[in-house]
Design a protein. Structure first.
Length: 237
């Protein structure tokens, strides 16, 4: 039916938003179909992914003037990136899951320090020491990799993303707050939003700081403002 439901929904959303994110954009190229009797599944369609993806994404893209970001993480078929590029759909770049070189990201992308489906950077630092140590030695390389991490490491992570070659950088507020020691939560294990595959304690995160507290943190706000302006991201769209 030409994605009528999607198109009507997006036309309504355009009254309130300038951009939106498609979760698992790969689903617009293929779906895993399991028959009613519960036998083995298969991808549908099995071929022609480029044509199918173009058809579906064009149908919703032309419904509004909103910018689209497609969550293209995981096992991405080779047909997907060229289609997103052709349509001007931004991809998502999580540094720990790609080659990590933020200065080499495609312009048509969103650079993010983490997302709702993975651990915030401070928790990542405490849970995946092997990859963290490799990251530290490559991107900072001064002495031994510190535990914690200290706030200056969190600042460096955000700075890398602010200075990335992506059109946008969108980072979770947890990673911003962790740049300032006195604003951090007491237990970073409570800062994760979702652990895919688990059903307990997901989607219950609440910021430990009231908005008034953040507005009063002048030293933090001025530091962040200076960083973003220095990276050329002080423009108001």
């Amino acid at each position: 039916d030409g994605c009528k439901w999607w198109r009507r929904r997006l036309q309504h959303m355009e009254q309130y938003f300038h951009a939106y994110r498609i979760d698992h954009v790969l689903g617009f190229f293929r779906m895993w179909e399991i028959p009613k009797h519960g036998g083995g599944g298969q991808y549908v369609p099995e071929g022609g992914l480029r044509e199918w993806g173009l058809k579906n994404l064009r149908a919703i893209q032309t419904a509004s003037n909103m910018m689209i970001c497609g969550e293209d993480l995981g096992n991405v078929p080779p047909e997907v990136p060229p289609v997103l590029l052709e349509l001007g759909v931004l991809g998502l770049r999580i540094q720990r899951w790609c080659d990590g070189h933020t200065w080499k990201y495609d312009y048509l992308s969103v650079a993010a320090s983490s997302c709702h489906d993975c651990s915030p950077c401070r928790l990542w630092w405490n849970e995946e020491w092997g990859s963290v140590e490799g990251w530290y030695n490559f991107f900072i390389g001064k002495g031994e990799c510190p535990g914690g991490p200290p706030d200056w490491v969190s600042q460096h992570i955000i700075k890398l993303h602010a200075e990335s070659t992506s059109m946008w950088t969108i980072n979770p507020i947890q990673d911003y707050i962790d740049m300032w020691e006195k604003l951090r939560s007491q237990n970073c294990k409570n800062d994760i939003i979702n652990r895919p595959g688990q059903t307990e304690n997901c989607w219950v995160w609440r910021c430990h700081l009231r908005m008034e507290k953040l507005l009063e943190a002048n030293d933090f706000n001025n530091f962040l403002k200076k960083m973003l302006q220095g990276a050329g991201r002080g423009t108001v769209y």
